[in-house]
Design a protein around this ligand. Structure first.
Ligand SMILES: Cc1ncc(COP(=O)(O)O)c(C=O)c1O
Length: 452
């Protein structure tokens, strides 16, 4: 920690969390809510939020490095989003854009046409969640191509519905007892260079993970003419905030183009300005055929979107549909969110604050034996915790202890992958809040290091 820097952030701290009200709500939650949620997080009971600060039910304030699982890119309760929601709620809540017509969904689809990569006409299917945006992708890709197979990646997270789950491959707990999922998805290793699945080193590997797909998968057991699409996260989220090397997507796209295989990107977490661009794939100079979006797209209201080249969406009426996808309130919240991202230059702020955070985090990498890797783009940053730098043995318990200790100090952050944690605050974060949050994480790293 920079000893000369004095935090200019003062958070309201009433008592050590969890306080009595939080404990009581957790007890009541456990009695009535399904236990499949929250595998290991601390008992944080949220009451309200504003910008980058959230408050628990006992009155403690916290800096948010999690953005409500990546959904609150413009910060909590941004007045313009709240106004758009309230105004729309007074006008019309629902009638279904899939059977009738709304101007709200048209405006949103027009905007999505503009902000997603590629200057060609696109079509949009609006739904209610990230998983649904993946379901629509899988169905439209099969419909259009009349091919049954897909290629996905180890470490991927694409959601939990049976179709989306069949693409997900970041942890077996997400899949245990659910097989058979949708058949036809083959997984290949993602370019996770810190832990290369082939035990090779970049750049000497010369992108073997791409060549492998052609030399082994497409030549030996998945006929390419039967593959509809590949689905990939430009930067893996749940799998550990893994940033692939610069040329990875370009090489993959070239390979799949050769066989007429569609390139679909899951921007559910990485989109909406999080990495400093509307879509993270833009960092890699690739124009995808299909883009799936959700989370921050709805500004806190359920919304998913599957956006693709016009000619791909040639399915006929009735072949896919939804009742509560793309509600007027969700569309207005989304349009307001995008206006704010533009007006307040939040993509630019994501780059600025992200660069600053990376500078500090890289210092940690030099200073602390347990900080194995630091990687990210914009405000999608992962810190990987290891037992030691030489063996790189994953240390998920320590990663968890660090974020739990930081929570007690006033920071909300969550894990990713086996042993990483995320730095993914709302894009409105200031330098002071970033520093204060990083200070809490660094102090926690020092504490666990001292204990060892
Ligand atoms: C990259 C990615 N895709 C899809 C999903 C699924 O989204 P949802 O939880 O809204 O179904 C998530 C959720 O974390 C995600 O991170």
């Amino acid at each position: 920690m920079n000893k000369n820097r004095k935090s200019r952030v003062s958070l309201k701290r009433v008592l050590d969390p969890p306080g009595p009200k939080a404990k009581d709500w957790v007890k009541r939650d456990k009695r009535v809510l399904s236990p499949c949620n929250r595998p290991y997080y601390y008992p944080f009971v949220v009451e309200k939020g504003s910008g980058c600060v959230i408050e628990d039910v006992d009155g403690n304030e916290y800096i948010d490095f999690n953005s409500g699982l990546g959904a609150m890119n413009v910060g909590h309760c941004h007045p313009e989003v709240v106004k758009a929601i309230c105004d729309q709620a007074k006008r019309l809540l629902h009638y279904s854009y899939t059977d009738f017509y709304y101007r709200y969904s048209v405006e949103l689809a027009e905007k999505l046409n503009k902000i997603t990569p590629g200057v060609f006409q696109k079509k949009v299917f609006l739904s209610g969640s990230g998983a649904e945006s993946i379901e629509a992708f899988a169905k439209v890709a099969r419909w259009h191509s009349q091919r049954p197979m897909f290629i996905a990646y180890t470490g991927a997270f694409h959601g939990r519905s049976m179709g989306a789950l069949s693409f997900t491959a970041s942890s077996t707990v997400q899949k245990a007892r659910y097989f058979p999922t949708m058949p036809g998805v083959v997984h290949v290793p993602y370019a996770y260079c810190y832990r290369c699945p082939y035990k090779l080193t970049f750049p000497d590997c010369n992108y073997w993970c791409v060549d492998f797909i052609e030399d082994y998968v497409l030549k030996k057991f998945v006929p390419p003419e039967e593959v509809a699409a590949t689905l990939i996260e430009p930067i893996q989220g749940e799998g550990g905030y893994v940033v692939p090397p610069k040329d990875y997507h370009r090489r993959l796209k070239k390979l799949y183009d050769k066989y007429g295989i569609l390139y679909a990107v899951d921007e559910v977490q990485s989109g909406m300005g999080r990495t400093g661009k509307w879509c993270a794939i833009e960092h890699f100079g690739v124009v995808p055929d299909i883009v799936c979006m959700s989370k921050a797209l709805g500004g806190g209201i359920s919304l998913g979107a599957t956006i693709g080249r016009e000619e791909i969406f040639d399915w006929k009426a009735g072949s896919h549909c939804t009742t509560l996808g793309g509600t007027p309130v969700a569309c207005q919240a989304s349009l307001a969110t995008m206006r704010i991202i533009e007006k307040e230059k939040l993509k630019e702020n994501a780059v600025k604050q992200g660069q600053y955070a990376m500078k500090r985090l890289n210092e940690w990498k030099d200073e602390y034996e347990i900080v194995g890797d630091v990687r990210g783009k914009g405000l999608m940053i992962g810190v990987e915790i290891v037992k030691d730098k030489k063996t790189k043995a994953p240390d998920g318990d320590t990663a968890h202890e660090i974020i739990e200790r930081a929570w007690k100090k006033g920071l909300v952050a969550i894990g990713a992958g086996e042993c990483s944690f995320r730095i993914a605050p709302p894009l409105v974060i200031t330098r002071d809040l970033m520093d204060a949050g990083l200070d809490m994480l660094e102090e926690s790293i020092k504490e666990v290091t001292r204990k060892k």
